[in-house]
Write a protein that binds this ligand. Structure first.
Ligand SMILES: Cc1cc2nc3c(=O)[nH]c(=O)nc-3n(C[C@H](O)[C@H](O)[C@H](O)COP(=O)(O)OP(=O)(O)OC[C@H]3O[C@@H](n4cnc5c(N)ncnc54)[C@H](O)[C@@H]3O)c2cc1C
Length: 416
């Protein structure tokens, strides 16, 4: 081995929010840290967040944060405790950036500009003396157990040595930002398990071809029921697209639905009028026999549901919309009400990972110590950010995960 290769206390790979926070934390604890990034600049994905406005975190409680990360969200308890949403805000506020809270506890910088978040991270790294190396891609990590050091192989045959490594190379979505899954391959070579790299926060495809005719319709008041396993989804809007369904309700629940597709298509029942019961709709339509007797069915239905849903309901029930309300018989009434309250769609797939906001799979949590983010297989190797298994819905939770795990990895990679 070339004895002249520089030895660092810590090499952080990936200058996303997780890697930058790990480098800042470690350096402020006195570690000689190098940060390697394949792009020519840091935080490409960070700049895209929140449509460029950066929904950096959420005002939710610790328990809500944990719940957002699903069944085994408690893996992140230490990370969210050691560096909470309050700590994250304090980190930036103490460096001159103020924040505002928007709907559902979402927190944004007052600048409405993710560049202002990135700027503070870059300035902090500079002030602390983090050595940053851009346009350089990690290709392999080798641990020399006897010497307790890592040999870090980079492209163009460059090599460096470090006592500890934080791998923060992100997930697999939006690959043009640099996160093309290198970290998964490298961790796998080092004997770590990787869970299925399912996408999260992604639109879903439906089987029904007529869905195209609904493209652009947004349902603000809708309730979705999935029978097996029983799931009720509501509280946000759904958007029909030319291939299926999207909108906050779908995007935020996609990570719950996608695993069900392993067992076949997923039947969804949409309640298009959750504020009225079947009985109430019955009563209204019966009363309309008299009160709106001479009104066309298709016009009367505007009182019940979104205008643009009417043609598809009439088509699926095979009822002529020009019929007058006093010509509608009981069977016709029932089939209309049935579709309004139980509108079926079949989910058959989802858009590709590259169109997803987040990668839900990653380095299996079974291989990582939740108190330190250190690998249980390779001492001195740490993970941070999206590379770790698990994801949350939108709302600022995923960026907080990146910052919190980055902080924890950077903090506990203090030299023993
Ligand atoms: C469009 C979009 C909008 C989003 N909006 C929000 C939001 O508003 N709020 C929120 O909480 N979350 C949001 N997210 C999710 C959030 O961006 C991620 O959770 C976060 O960026 C993950 O941070 P990370 O540091 O783990 O990974 P990344 O940000 O992906 O950073 C990883 C870095 O590693 C580098 N890298 C990869 N491989 C190598 C290699 N071999 N060598 C060297 N460098 C390498 C990459 O170039 C990249 O810079 C959004 C995501 C997208 C795609």
């Amino acid at each position: 081995m070339n004895k002249n290769i520089e030895l660092y206390d810590l090499a952080v790979i990936g200058a996303g929010p997780a890697g930058m926070m790990a480098a800042i934390t470690a350096t402020s604890h006195g570690l000689n840290t190098i940060l390697i990034e394949r792009n020519s600049s840091p935080g490409r994905k960070l700049l895209l967040t929140g449509n460029g406005r950066c929904n950096i975190t959420n005002n939710a409680s610790l328990n809500e944060f944990i719940e957002k990360f699903g069944r085994r969200g408690s893996f992140l308890r230490t990370a969210f405790t050691k560096f909470s949403n309050k700590d994250l805000i304090e980190f930036f506020e103490s460096r001159g950036l103020e924040f505002k809270e928007k709907e559902n506890g979402r927190v944004f910088p007052v600048t409405d500009d993710s560049k202002s978040v990135l700027k503070i991270l870059e300035t902090s790294m500079k002030k602390l003396g983090v050595k940053t190396v851009y346009n350089t891609r990690l290709t392999k990590i080798q641990k020399i157990e006897k010497k307790n050091i890592f040999i870090i192989k980079l492209d163009y045959n460059t090599v460096l040595k470090a006592k500890k490594v934080v791998l923060a190379t992100g997930g697999l979505s939006y690959q043009e930002t640099g996160s093309s899954g290198d970290g998964f391959r490298i961790a796998e070579e080092l004997q770590h398990g990787i869970t299925p790299l399912n996408p999260g926060i992604v639109p879903l495809k439906t089987k029904e071809s007529w869905i195209k005719s609904l493209q652009g319709i947004r349902l603000d008041e809708v309730k979705i029921t999935i029978k097996n396993p029983k799931m009720i989804l509501d509280g946000a809007s759904l958007l029909f697209t030319h291939f299926g369904v999207s909108g906050p309700l779908i995007l935020d629940n996609s990570s719950k639905i996608i695993p069900l597709l392993e067992y076949g298509n997923v039947d969804m029942i949409l309640d298009l009028k959750p504020s009225s019961t079947r009985e109430e709709l019955q009563e209204m339509m019966v009363a309309a026999f008299e009160s709106h007797g001479k009104v066309d069915l298709k016009n009367y239905m505007k009182l019940l549901i979104t205008n643009r849903m009417i043609p598809i309901i009439l088509k699926l029930t095979n009822i002529d919309g020009k019929k007058k309300m006093n010509q509608i018989n009981k069977n016709e009434r029932n089939s209309i009400i049935n579709l309004i309250k139980s509108f079926p769609i079949t989910i058959r797939g989802y858009l590709s990972l590259d169109k997803a906001v987040i990668t839900c799979g990653g380095i299996s949590r079974d291989y990582i110590n939740p108190n330190t983010m250190e690998s249980k297989v390779v001492n001195g190797l740490y993970f941070a950010g999206e590379i770790i298994q698990g994801c949350a819905s939108s709302g600022g939770y995923n960026l907080q995960q990146a910052f919190s795990t980055g902080y924890l990895a950077g903090l506990l990679s203090k030299l023993d």
